[in-house]
Design a binder for this molecule. Structure first.
Ligand SMILES: Nc1nc2c(ncn2[C@@H]2O[C@H](COP(=O)(O)OP(=O)(O)OP(=O)(O)O)[C@@H](O)[C@H]2O)c(=O)[nH]1
Ligand SMILES: [Mg+2]
Length: 418
């Protein structure tokens, strides 16, 4: 997400290898684009451990996979770097006044509700204003871009809370905080908000001096609640995009400014990554997800034209000094560090770590942290969840119950009545 014309769709296209409309003017994207990005798991694929367990008995057929022996049904694995799917949504640009319906405001805001985390793309090139139009005189600072964006989300949320607040809060007064929490959850559940978010909101209001008569809480207090609900609902990370267009010193100053926001922030060049993603799909280069845009190598035997060669060299030069490893790195950190998601491998055979068709470690599933063995069963299939009896942790050999929380990289056999 972000203001118009910053490179959201370019980043989306680079990450999902999906062709979408990209153009140098605001509101190119109207309806959201939805696609799958593949990100590497933070730990080596369990096929490394499996190869070790199988020892001599395993023949490595595919040297090109650098030792990986799993057989992913979707995604891939090379050098034990297993790729797992994440759904990305590329939304319309947001402009000031969006909460009142300006631009594609309401559309944008309701698209947010299906997301677990937000990545704001900001333009560090200093060439566009807050509405995404080119300007020499008054470019928006990336910090201003971020502040207006969270203001819009907060205003939109506080608008929702405001509607019928005092009547509703008075109606539930005899039920105390419990009833107040339920009342707030009712208003935010359609946006993906839950009890934890509502509690954070109320706590923030109280620590800012709100009294014991919630029905009298004013707009300012509701704004504080909205802001806290937003923080609790969506971690926000920042892609400092178009980094290729600025000198290193200028970029450093901008990143220092952005760091004061205390958010995860990474310099990116979506345009460079899109070029590399296309070159890689055309078989011209090898480009490992997460290695960063300067980590590509030209495939032996690819016949590059002179302009292609020069373009690739320019990309290497422009991106080699950037901190971090680009968009996939940013996305992985959001998923596995900020959201603390885990990956679990469901299998049917606890000794061979295969499915019913003898495929090794065919699935790697991303789950919320705190997910249990039963949650994994449901993620595989509703029937498997409904018929859940117990599970086996195939790494330790122990039997685990439905409520046992899973850890990163667990290999799990589910015993079910179905
Ligand atoms: N130099 C440079 N240009 C970029 C980069 N990323 C995107 N662009 C260009 O910026 C312009 C806008 O890109 P889009 O991806 O359409 O931007 P958007 O944020 O999706 O825009 P809207 O859908 O209109 O909100 C296009 O001309 C892109 O080629 C980048 O990293 N570097
Ligand atoms: Mg777009």
């Amino acid at each position: 997400m972000g203001k118009p014309n910053v490179g959201k769709s370019t980043a989306f296209s680079a990450l999902t290898a999906t062709p979408v409309d990209i153009a140098d003017y605001p509101f190119t994207t109207i309806d959201p684009n939805v696609g799958i990005a593949w990100i590497p798991t933070p730990e080596p694929c369990r096929c490394k451990e499996l190869a070790h367990r199988l020892g001599e008995r395993i023949e490595v057929k595919e040297e090109s996979r650098e030792g990986s022996i799993c057989q992913p049904r979707t995604g891939s694995c090379c050098n034990h770097r297993r790729l797992v799917p994440v759904t990305l949504v590329d939304v319309a640009g947001l402009v000031p006044g969006a909460h009142e319906g300006r631009g594609r405001g309401n559309q944008f805001l309701s698209d947010l509700s299906r997301c677990d985390a937000l990545i704001q793309v900001v333009d560090v090139s200093g060439a566009t204003d807050l509405e995404g139009n080119h300007t020499d005189e008054s470019p928006a600072s990336p910090t201003a871009e971020h502040n207006f964006l969270i203001d819009e989300i907060d205003l939109w949320l506080s608008g929702i809370l405001n509607e019928g607040w005092s009547r509703g809060a008075r109606r539930v007064q005899s039920g105390g905080d419990r009833a107040l929490i339920d009342f707030i959850v009712q208003m935010i559940s359609g946006l993906g908000g839950g009890e934890r978010d509502a509690i954070c909101g109320i706590q923030a209001a109280r620590s800012n001096g709100a009294d014991n008569q919630p029905w009298n809480w004013d707009e300012n207090t509701l704004r504080i609640i909205a802001s806290e609900i937003r923080k609790s609902m969506f971690p926000i990370a920042i892609a400092a995009n178009k980094s290729d267009r600025v000198e290193p010193d200028f970029l450093r100053t901008t990143l220092d400014e952005l760091e004061k926001l205390n958010l995860r922030c990474m310099p990116t060049s979506a345009e460079a990554e899109l070029t590399l993603s296309r070159a890689s799909n055309a078989g011209l280069i090898t480009y490992q997800p997460g290695d960063g845009p300067s980590g590509f190598s030209v495939n032996p035997g690819s016949t590059l034209s002179k302009p292609q060669e020069e373009a690739l060299e320019r990309i290497r030069e422009k991106t080699s000094t950037l901190e971090g490893n680009g968009l996939i790195d940013l996305l992985s950190k959001v998923v596995f560090e900020d959201l603390s998601m885990i990956v679990a491998y469901p299998v049917a055979d606890e000794g061979k770590w295969t499915d019913a068709e003898d495929r090794k470690l065919p699935d790697a599933i991303i789950l919320q942290s705190g997910s249990t063995a039963r949650d994994l069963a449901y993620a595989v299939h509703t029937d498997l969840g409904d018929g859940f009896i117990r599970a086996t942790n195939c790494v330790t050999g122990r039997t685990v119950g439905g409520d046992t929380e899973l850890l990163m990289s667990d290999v799990i056999r589910i015993h079910s009545r179905t």
